[in-house]
Design a protein around this ligand. Structure first.
Ligand code: SF4
Length: 344
């Protein structure tokens, strides 16, 4: 696979359909910067970890069911809740005994979809049955290289109970050496999608990043030509470059933090995405109307037209708009996915 082209002067006629698609995606993100539309809310339901996951045993603040529903009622008054998906994250959501009840309450309020991100250790048959019965749409189960057993068992159990399951794997070097094998493992267990996510704790060298993207690109093409419904995808929002972006993400999924996405933290604070540190939350939905935080608190995060210093002179700024928000804020020197691939 040739490296994504860096210079506009190197573009060829065959690139133009992708360019048009990328321009449309950038235009959509700029429109959302002016008129944001909340369509996905992450809810951090706890900070606890399942036994053996090494998380703090003493949980922080957790919204109770009525506090959560009060915030969701405000959202239902001010937004089109039928277009809103809620993703329950932790900690470990399955440590909350009231989780199935809350999933059911969210669905009855008219939320379009509720999904769950879990380490998998606690996703046994009864939990899966209760969640499926409450209307959970999908479980995203962590399956990391070298630590696959619990995740694979959870996928098998959840699928047997009728849940749709996505496997999520951190793109660490140990996983990159075994991508084909890991794909077969999660697929055989019953997952319908495998999402590879960059792990901020591990800095992949450019050859590793290219290997990851090459794999996703190749497998997507092979699965599509074989008519398979199984999907391999990338879970990160930075711009991958012309010649790469649409091969990896045909529908586009660059960062929508603060444009269409918000995250309700365990103590009621509202951040633009779950990857941002607590200090960058914009206010508490227990004290301030969620809608005010969304429109006013997030305003400073939506200035996509302003080119970051690190992007000055880049040919692709009009398509990329400075990459993903959390990477831009947290990793000023290395947020560019072109540079991560060894270009730029
Ligand atoms: S992140 Fe900045 S430097 Fe990298 S492609 Fe995007 S605009 Fe260019």
């Amino acid at each position: 696979m040739p490296f994504p082209r860096r210079s506009q002067s190197e573009l060829q006629p065959g690139d133009f359909p992708e360019l048009l698609s990328l321009q449309a995606e950038a235009a959509r993100r700029l429109r959302l910067a002016d008129e944001p539309e909340l369509t996905r809310l992450f809810w951090e339901c706890n900070e606890r970890g399942a036994e053996g996951e090494g998380r703090a045993a003493s949980p922080g603040r957790e919204l109770d069911g009525d506090e959560l529903m009060g915030i969701v009622d405000v959202i239902a008054q001010d937004f089109d809740i039928r277009r809103l998906s809620v993703s329950v994250i932790g900690g470990e959501p399955l440590l909350r005994p009231d989780l199935p009840e809350l999933v059911g309450r969210l669905r009855r309020k008219g939320v379009a979809a509720v999904d769950l991100v879990t380490g998998g250790r606690l996703l046994d048959g009864e939990a899966a049955r209760r969640l499926a019965g409450a209307g959970l749409c999908r479980a995203s189960v962590r399956v990391d290289a070298g630590d696959e057993r619990d995740g694979v068992a959870a996928i098998e159990t959840a699928c047997a109970e009728g849940l749709l399951v996505e496997a999520v794997t951190g793109a660490r070097p140990a996983a990159l050496e075994r991508l084909g094998e890991l794909e077969r493992t999660v697929r055989d267990a019953g997952a319908t999608r495998w999402r590879l996510v960059s792990d901020d704790a591990v800095r992949l060298a450019p050859p590793h990043v290219r290997h990851l993207l090459d794999f996703i690109e190749r497998r997507r093409a092979e699965l599509a030509s074989a008519g398979e419904l199984f999907e391999v995808c990338l879970g990160c929002g930075g711009f991958l470059g012309v010649g790469r972006e649409r091969a990896v993400r045909p529908e586009g999924s660059q960062c929508l933090a603060a444009l269409g996405i918000a995250c309700l933290l365990g103590d009621g604070q509202v951040a633009a995405c779950p990857a941002l540190p607590r200090a960058l939350a914009q206010g508490s939905a227990l004290q301030t109307r969620f809608t005010q935080i969304w429109y006013t608190g997030f305003e400073q995060l939506r200035d996509l037209a302003r080119c970051p210093v690190a992007c000055e002179g880049c040919d692709w700024f009009q398509l990329c708009l400075g990459g993903g928000l959390h990477e831009r804020l947290l990793e000023p020197g290395r947020f560019c996915w072109l540079q991560r691939q060894g270009g730029g």
